[in-house]
Design a protein around this ligand. Structure first.
Ligand SMILES: [Zn+2]
Length: 414
């Protein structure tokens, strides 16, 4: 496949009128006037910007089915009276439709890979693969459902080595899992060299509870279990002490910030500047669609930048370039993916139509991507396959109709 005459975003710079040659699932070459065989697929890149795919570093994809079902409530009654009762009725078929809907949405937003934690991980993996997306998938584990832990290692074995699905281990949180459960999860992750995906220090109550019961913060507690490592994606990290930041940095753990979800649930604002000062690798996630309520990393980037500027009382904090790095390079580092627009990298990328009013005039493109982007992803390519072309994903209407039906069925189900 050849993308012809496109502007290429490479390490923050724009290279104009270049061709991108893709073979199988890799970018082979970026240059001028590249030659291909006659029968190769050619994509006209004129007026478009090629940017590397984004990674949604934390989500619960199937929760798209619960989008807008319950909003504007306190966290506890929201979970206990609304979300959990509905989740208790979910079956594999629901999950499959919810995940497909999430894939549609993410493909529209230029996301090529996501990091998921939820129920029925096999259904999540199958639906994701069918949609052609790349994902790190873990089945959620908490002590209220001990059978979930039993399923973890078989799930990891089933999907290990798949081209698009990378199995991971997902203890829900330090407060929902016993020490024994956490250690078992760690053992499985170590055995299979898998990522650990966990919610950590999301609310002040969570941290206060740990300080009271264990005399340690949740971060310090996980460290005593040996769980902080470069294979950890620690999600939220809103309530951190200076010592927590130091530990996360020294153990090379990755922090996934979900600003929109944290703001919507009034959990607080993560101390990103302090984490950066310590050299922690930070990336971005949307969280599930029931607490965001979309899966747009463009929106996440903008809100994160603006909120952090306010938290540190200076518009100079968190430049557009810095925020763009969180959504791209830092995310690639977290998941060990060779991405970016360069020869040898995975062919996971998007083409953005620059002929949109909100992207005009053409000045600082990174600023546009972070602060002005409200649409315009034209083409999304994952693993060398075009999944969306000129804004159209084949089969989209059928998936939306299916998801609608599952939702209606779910709320009436007993
Ligand atoms: Zn979450």
């Amino acid at each position: 496949m050849l993308i012809r005459d496109v502007s290429v975003l490479q390490s923050g710079q724009i290279l104009k009128d270049r061709d991108i040659l893709i073979q199988d699932n890799k970018i082979v070459e970026i240059g001028r006037d590249l030659k291909v065989e006659d029968k190769s697929e050619i994509i006209d890149g004129r007026g478009k910007l090629a940017a590397p795919g984004l990674i949604n570093c934390h989500t619960h994809a199937a929760m798209t089915l619960l989008r807008g079902y319950a909003d504007d409530m306190e966290l506890k009654p929201w979970l206990e009276n609304k979300i959990w009762p509905l989740e208790a009725k979910l079956n594999e078929e629901d999950i499959s439709w919810g995940v497909k809907l999430a894939c549609l949405e993410q493909i529209h937003f230029g996301i090529t890979c996501f990091n998921d934690m939820y129920l029925f991980p096999d259904a999540v993996a199958e639906a994701t693969k069918e949609m052609g997306m790349r994902a790190f998938i873990s089945g959620v584990v908490f002590d209220m459902r001990p059978e979930f832990l039993t399923g973890v290692e078989p799930f990891v074995r089933r999907w290990k080595g798949d081209e698009l699905i990378i199995p991971a281990v997902g203890p829900h949180s330090a407060y929902a899992c016993s020490e024994e459960t956490l250690l078992k999860e760690k053992e499985i992750a170590d055995r299979h060299n898998a990522m650990i995906h966990i919610h950590l220090s999301e609310t002040r109550e969570e941290v206060d509870g740990f300080l009271l019961s264990k005399g340690r913060s949740p971060v310090e507690y996980l460290d005593t279990l040996g769980m902080l490592s470069e294979r950890l994606a620690a999600v939220h990290c809103v309530w951190l002490s200076e010592n927590d930041c130091r530990l996360l940095a020294e153990r090379k753990a990755n922090v996934v910030d979900c600003t929109v979800s944290n703001l919507k649930l009034t959990s607080g604002i993560a101390p990103l500047n302090t984490l950066l000062k310590w050299g922690v690798n930070i990336c971005l996630g949307t969280d599930g669609a029931s607490s965001n309520n979309n899966l747009s990393l463009f929106e996440e980037m903008k809100v994160t930048a603006i909120v952090q500027k306010n938290a540190y009382h200076t518009p100079a904090a968190f430049s557009a370039e810095q925020i763009w790095r969180l959504a791209t390079d830092n995310a690639y580092r977290t998941f060990g993916l060779d991405m970016g627009l360069k020869a040898g990298a995975l062919a996971d990328l998007m083409l953005i139509d620059l002929r949109k009013p909100w992207l005009c005039p053409e000045t600082n493109i990174i600023s546009h991507l972070v602060y002005s982007m409200t649409g315009g992803v034209d083409t999304t390519i994952i693993n060398g396959r075009v999944l969306m072309r000129e804004g159209i994903i084949p089969g989209e209407e059928k998936i939306m109709a299916g998801a609608q039906k599952r939702f209606e069925d779910l709320v009436q189900r007993r």
